[in-house]
Design a protein around this ligand. Structure first.
Ligand code: SF4
Ligand code: SF4
Length: 408
């Protein structure tokens, strides 16, 4: 077999057989990202390099539209950071253009009742994971690996079960935000949770698999599905007036935003962990952490956290884990994202010319960092909606923000 196998029960990936010319590109891509044959971890990298468009995400957007048209339900969408720097590719904007306002506007035109930002969920993950990191350092329970990329978690479960105890117990930003929508949002707005449909908009097809583990999120749709919705409903995206996210679980910090790029999860967790340890803002380098930015396979540094030094590594592409496994175990804290460049390079992003993929990822990465630099609030602990959520709800109630990877 010279192409990736797409099993009938794959809930993330689809192949349109009539379009397949058996060229083998998908398998080559899979081997370069994942380093093994035909054992899908749902990253969707093959979608982006299929020359005929035969591979697509498993579409869920029609079901979402049905709920939007049913007035019995309140349909809530929350948008991952990487969507806003890629959606413009389908509508003639320059690569990497930051189109948050138009994206929110399009979602309101489509008919979503509330539009929230998954950077809020990312801020929650940062708070919880920074706390977990500090506890693990105190208890000498290291290394800790990030766990917000479901393809990486699946890979670790399949190929390195011995490190499952080292995966952060934090749920991903999407799973945390899904839980907050079905509890905090439902109570604040007095909507029965059975009448809420929560929809995660992401650059990622693997989140469709993750959703099956954490069903507080009802549907996952990709950037490419949003583009189809906009086109099918005849919305003039280019000329939409910018709109803002709704409040309560709305816009997050710059730290939450850079979750969408390789190295961003690490950088934002360190900003907050430093504050938690030292009760003061982290030094300037934590806001432009050059050593862990960009697309090198492994980026590393030793970071002075005040009370202790932390040896950190950022892994770009899951295949890098395979070839460097023993070395990785010598670090204290390791970020792994499956897709090249992180989620901005996810399999649910719009198709672009294959030869331009790397350049376009570069532009998306630059755009994310520029917007973090421009934002007033760059740390999760400074996000007022996060402070309110902890004060009014999380500290008093039992919201499920953690998981046990052994017992899923
Ligand atoms: S890359 Fe696309 S066209 Fe080529 S074998 Fe794979 S599915 Fe078929
Ligand atoms: S890196 Fe991001 S887009 Fe890619 S599989 Fe992981 S979570 Fe999904």
């Amino acid at each position: 077999m010279n192409r990736v196998e797409v099993k009938k029960d794959n809930i993330c990936l689809n192949r349109i057989e009539e379009r397949c010319i058996n060229c083998g590109m998908c398998l080559k891509t899979c081997q370069s990202i994942n380093n093994f044959d035909n054992d899908c971890i749902n990253c969707g990298a093959c979608i982006l390099t299929c020359p005929t468009g035969a591979l697509t995400p498993k579409y869920d957007y029609q079901n979402v539209l049905n709920y939007i048209n049913d007035t019995d339900y309140t349909v809530v969408v929350f948008t991952a950071p990487a969507v806003r720097v890629a959606i413009g590719d389908a509508f003639g904007f320059a690569p990497g253009e930051f189109l948050e306002g138009k994206m929110v506007s399009a979602l309101k035109e489509i008919g979503f009742d509330y539009v929230f930002d998954t950077t809020f969920g990312a801020d929650l993950t940062i708070m919880e994971e920074a706390n977990e990191l500090i506890t693990r350092v105190k208890n000498k329970n290291l290394p800790m690996f990030t766990s917000c990329c479901p393809s990486w978690v699946l890979y670790a479960e399949k190929y390195h079960p011995e490190i499952i105890k080292n995966l952060s117990t934090c749920k991903s930003p999407i799973a945390m935000q899904g839980a907050m929508i079905k509890t905090y949002f439902a109570e604040m707005y007095e909507i029965p949770k059975e009448k809420i449909i929560s929809v995660s908009l992401t650059p990622c097809i693997s989140k469709k698999y993750e959703r099956s583990l954490y069903p507080d999120t009802d549907f996952v749709i990709t950037t490419s599905e949003l583009i189809l919705m906009i086109q099918e409903l005849g919305i003039d995206f280019k000329n939409l007036t910018d709109k803002e996210f709704d409040k309560l679980l709305g816009k997050g910090s710059g730290g939450g935003l850079i979750f969408g790029v390789s190295g961003g999860v690490m950088e934002s967790i360190l900003r907050t962990a430093y504050y938690m340890i030292n009760k003061e803002k982290a030094p300037k380098d934590f806001y432009e952490f050059k050593a862990i930015r960009g697309e090198k396979d492994i980026k590393d540094a030793v970071v002075d956290m005040g009370e202790f030094n932390l040896k950190i590594a950022v892994v770009n592409k899951v295949s890098t884990v395979t070839s460097n496994f023993d070395k990785l175990l010598t670090y204290d804290f390791i970020e792994v994202m499956s897709c090249p460049g992180g989620c901005i390079g996810g399999g649910g992003q719009p198709l672009v010319a294959i030869k331009d993929l790397s350049l376009i990822r570069e532009k998306r990465i630059a755009s994310m960092y520029q917007n973090d630099a421009d934002l007033k609030i760059k740390e999760s602990y400074m996000n007022p909606e996060i402070r309110d959520a902890y004060d009014c709800y999380i500290n008093k109630r039992n919201v499920s923000l953690h998981t046990n990877h052994d017992k899923k």
